[in-house]
Design a protein around this ligand. Structure first.
Ligand code: ATP
Ligand code: MG
Length: 436
């Protein structure tokens, strides 16, 4: 007999025989009647055993089966008013395929109170909880939605090295590794490469890949290894073209999630709000707005976490938007490769995208003129000619271009209102955690 996934069984199957396989969620033994709730990757269903119809040895075995054991059940679907789904499965045969040891190291029930640290130690058990694996079903779908979007906009998917001789960002956040006796680094951004492949004539590229940051931060939004969604596009008018793409991307992804992840969203009790046009305000304007609420931000300073939260609330109130672009960041705070604004050389053509009060993306127009770039790097105390692999990109025909990096884990965290970014990644890495 072939296996049926629980999700595919309905009341229409009444009196039909099915074979289901999965893990035991619950056992209730009530004398003459016993219940097993079995769960597979799609759903769970109640199965019932009656003392007078099931073979005695099978019936007696049921109370001894431990929670989370792997079993298979053959039985008939029976509509039932009492059952949550409107039907249950009357057990005719039952096999234990793999027993789970007791006690379980973490509570896998719906209302589990196990703390996140312990849950992460046993992530493979934690993920068995439907509300937890719903996060990763959505994440998997979002991965596809993002790819579909870029594909439809003529972007080419690229995969670039994660082991590098060094990036163009400040070196402080790079993990250094021993590469056959030489020092190498784990990439902290595919910046160099995405610019390189725009210039290579691919014009529009994106990469969904790992990014490493040696940041010793203990916050609910920083990881030392995360997934970046990076994009770069050539022949732009200015940074607004990049923001337009992000604006459309967010709308597209959220609409798709709303439409295609209904079951998961219901489980997580999340209502998705699709943005209209995402408002764009300058950092200067943002600073004034948060100052009105009593928070002082120094001239030339970025918004800190509290400032981002505040601006999120203000924009929600003013524009009914969960998203806001904050533009024109001070040159002093930004890397040398960003293009300076033509009207005000103290700021760059840069932006951050804030979602529900947390930065999820940063981007800019890049300086593509070699001579200007050389000047700008000098101002920051860097000599780009010492990074010839980077400098060369701008010597043989580099079109105007710009791009952005989005934190995939943060995007999922904000979308699903998860308290901690660690909830949005299967196996988080942070300064304290290298396992499992
Ligand atoms: P933050 O100021 O929040 O530390 P950042 O400005 O240093 O972030 P960027 O270099 O702009 O980060 O990286 C692009 C995006 O990658 C960020 O907007 C964020 O969504 C994500 N990101 C950056 N650092 C981390 C991290 N340590 N863990 C998870 N996501 C991150
Ligand atoms: Mg940033």
């Amino acid at each position: 007999m072939e296996r049926t996934f629980i999700e595919d069984i309905s009341e229409k199957f009444n009196n039909q025989k099915v074979l289901v396989k999965g893990w035991v969620s619950e056992i209730r033994a009530l004398g003459k009647v016993q219940f097993i709730v079995i769960r597979d990757k799609t759903d769970n269903v109640q199965c019932v055993a009656h003392k007078d119809t099931l073979k005695e040895d099978l019936f007696n075995k049921i109370p001894k089966i431990s929670i989370e054991s792997v079993i298979e059940i053959e039985g008939q679907v029976k509509t039932s008013k009492q059952a949550k789904k409107g039907f249950e499965i009357a057990i005719e045969n039952l096999k234990v395929l793999a027993e789970a040891q007791t006690p379980l190291p973490i509570d896998t029930s719906e209302k589990s109170k196990t703390l996140i640290d312990k849950r992460l130690d046993y992530r493979f058990l934690d993920i068995r909880r439907p509300q937890v694996n719903a996060i990763f079903r959505i994440r998997s779908k979002v991965f596809n939605f993002v790819s579909n979007f870029f594909d439809s906009k003529g972007f080419i998917s690229i995969n670039t090295p994660k082991i590098t001789a060094g990036g163009v960002e400040s070196g402080a956040e790079q993990f250094s590794i021993d590469y056959f006796g030489k020092e190498a680094f784990l990439t902290q951004s595919p910046q160099v490469y995405k610019q390189m492949f725009v210039v290579a004539g691919l014009e529009r590229v994106y990469e969904i890949g790992e990014v490493f940051r040696a940041e010793k931060s203990h916050t609910t939004r920083h990881l030392t290894e995360f997934t970046g969604i990076d994009l770069e596009m050539g022949f732009i008018k200015d940074e607004n073209d990049v923001m337009d793409v992000l604006d459309e991307l967010m709308k597209y992804v959220l609409e798709e999630v709303k439409e295609k992840c209904k079951k998961e969203l219901e489980l997580l009790n999340i209502k998705i709000e699709v943005p209209k046009k995402i408002p764009r305000i300058t950092l200067e304007e943002a600073r004034k707005l948060v100052e009105k609420k009593g928070k002082k931000i120094m001239e030339n300073d970025d918004l800190d976490a509290e400032g981002e939260k505040l601006i999120g609330e203000i924009i929600k109130e003013k524009h009914d938007s969960d998203f806001v672009f904050i533009t024109l960041y001070p040159w002093e705070k930004k890397p040398f490769y960003q293009m300076k604004d033509s009207k005000n050389k103290k700021v760059t053509k840069s932006f951050d995208l804030v979602y529900k009060g947390v930065e999820i993306s940063s981007g800019s127009q890049r300086e593509h003129n070699y001579n200007v770039l050389k000047e700008q790097s000098k101002e920051k105390g860097i000599d780009i000619d010492k990074m010839s692999f980077y400098a060369d990109i701008f010597k043989f025909g580099a079109p105007p271009h710009g791009g952005a990096g989005i934190g995939f884990d943060r995007l999922i965290q904000r979308m699903l209102n998860l308290e901690n970014v660690r909830e949005a990644i299967l196996l988080p890495r942070d300064p304290e955690r290298l396992t499992p």
